[in-house]
Design a protein around this ligand. Structure first.
Ligand code: SAH
Ligand code: MG
Length: 207
């Protein structure tokens, strides 16, 4: 399925193409092609003015999201790993979208509680074992009709396997991701669809 869907995608041009190469060379995770297309479609449908991203890396998805913002729209993105912060800053400056992007440096566990204004679109894409910890804060920051997109919920397929089929060292993260997905599906006032897009994407809407 992925191979065929990938074959339909048009290669990125310009900066994003360059960042893809850089990410590949330096082993930096960025959204998969299908996920990138899905994010763009969601942004075009929902037209959010305020977007929050948890997990910037080098700014690939950040630039993709910021390009879809309306005039006066804003992307706040959080990253805690110094070398990537550096690279992301550089990339945002070059993207010409710096005026619309705020990069917050530090641990999302500390930064999220300090945010007060709501975000109508939140992209959760940081350490997968921490989604559950970030969830209460993310839920607090989502207004009615706010959209939460959580990436990599399949964990390269591990999430779909039984606990005993995944290597022992991956069992904690397996349990945490399953707890997170269960929570997304069973939280009152939240409607969630889990989709086999890229590495698995959960889309939730707050009522
Ligand atoms: N959204 C990016 C990819 C993010 S990869 C893209 O698609 O282009 C996940 C990033 O989250 C990594 O760079 C990692 O350093 C960062 N991260 C992990 N845990 C974090 C935390 N607790 N606070 C802030 N950033 C975190
Ligand atoms: Mg991801």
């Amino acid at each position: 399925m992925s191979a065929y869907l990938l074959s339909l995608e048009t290669p990125e041009a310009g900066m994003l193409a360059e960042l893809e190469l850089y990410a590949k060379e330096h082993d930096i995770p960025i959204v998969r092609k299908e996920t990138a297309a899905f994010l763009r479609v969601l942004m075009k449908i929902r037209r959010p003015r305020r977007v929050l991203e948890v997990g910037t890396a080098i700014g690939y998805s950040g630039i993709l999201l910021a390009r879809e913002l309306p005039e006066g729209g804003k992307l706040v993105t959080i990253e805690n790993y110094e070398p990537r912060i550096c690279k992301a800053k550089e990339n945002f400056a070059r993207s010409g979208l710096n005026g619309q992007i705020v990069l917050m440096e530090g641990d999302a566990a500390e930064i999220l509680p300090s945010l007060t204004e709501p975000f109508d679109f939140i992209f959760m894409d940081a350490a997968k074992g921490q989604y559950m910890n970030f969830f209460p804060e993310v839920l607090r920051l989502l207004p009615k009709d706010g959209v939460l997109v959580s990436d990599n919920v399949f964990q390269d397929g591990d999430t779909l396997e039984s606990r005993y089929a995944v290597p022992r060292r991956d069992r904690t993260i397996h349990a945490r991701m399953r707890e997170y997905l269960y929570t997304l599906k069973h939280t009152n006032g939240l409607t969630t669809a889990i989709l086999p897009v890229g590495d698995g994407v959960a889309v939730s809407v707050k009522e």
